[in-house]
Write a protein that binds this ligand. Sequence first.
Ligand SMILES: NC(=O)c1ccc[n+]([C@@H]2O[C@H](COP(=O)([O-])OP(=O)(O)OC[C@H]3O[C@@H](n4cnc5c(N)ncnc54)[C@H](O)[C@@H]3O)[C@@H](O)[C@H]2O)c1
Length: 230
Amino acid sequence: MDLRFDGRVALVSGGAQGIGRAIAIAFREAGARVHLVDRDSRIKEEGCDLGLPAHVVDLTDRDASAGLVQSVVEQEGRLDILALAAGGLAGLAGLPLEGVTDENWDRIMGANVKSALWLSQAAAPFMTKAGWGRIVIVSSGAGLRPSLTGLYGYTASKHAVIGLTKQLSVGLARHGVTVNSVAGLHPVEPGCPAAVGWMEPGAESPGPVRRQHRSLGPTRRHRKCHTVSR
Ligand SMILES: NC(=O)c1ccc[n+]([C@@H]2O[C@H](COP(=O)([O-])OP(=O)(O)OC[C@H]3O[C@@H](n4cnc5c(N)ncnc54)[C@H](O)[C@@H]3O)[C@@H](O)[C@H]2O)c1
C-alpha cells in the first residue's frame, strides 16, 4: 500500500522514542510535514536528528496541549493528522494491586488517556472547520483484554483509550474527521523501551517476553517499531 500525505501536517505525540518516533519517520517519508511532541526533553535532539520541529510538552496539561496545537496551526496554517503514541507504563511495570495509589493511578491514566483527549479536543475545531482530519490513537492489546503487564492502571487506561476513540469517532465523523485506534502487540526490539518489563505468565517479576511473543504473534516473528507504526 502506497499512502501519501503530501501537503498534510501531522502532529505525532510520544515521538522521542519507540513507536511514536517510528510513526513520525513513516509520515515524513510519506510526504507529510511532521511535528513531534513529548514531555521528554530528548525530543529536541530527536527533532534535530530527524529534521523535524519538536516540542517539549506534558500532554496531561490541558492548557499546554491547547497551546501546542495553536502554535502548530500558526506555523503551518493547518493541522490535518494527530498520531498519538504518548503513554505507556508510566514507570510502573510490576506494580501489584496493593501498590495502586491515587497518585500512580492518575499518572498512568493521565499519560494514556488525557494525553490523547486534550490534543484531540484542541485539534478538533481546526479539523472540523477544514472538513478533513485523521486522528489515530495508539491503544494496546491491553485495551481489549487483560494485559501481560499485570498492571491494573495500564489495562484500565487502554480500555479507556478505546472508549474515547469510539466516542470521538461518533462525534467527529460528520465533519469529515475519522478517529481510529491501533491495538497492537508489542514490538520487541532495542529502541522500544516499553518492550522490556512485561510479565511472563506465572512470573513473579517483569522480564523479556520474546518466547511468549513468538507463540502469540500471527506472523511468528518479532515485530519492530516501524512495523507497528504502519
Ligand atoms: N511497546 C509496546 O510493547 C507496546 C504495546 C502495545 C501498545 N503500546 C503503546 O504504544 C505507545 C508507544 O509505546 P512505546 O513502546 O513507543 O513507548 P515508549 O515508552 O517508548 O514511548 C512513549 C513516549 O510517550 C512519552 N510520554 C509519556 N507520557 C507523556 C506525557 N504526559 N506527555 C508527553 N509525552 C509523554 C514518553 O516520554 C515516551 O517518549 C504507548 O501508548 C504504549 O502504551 C506499546
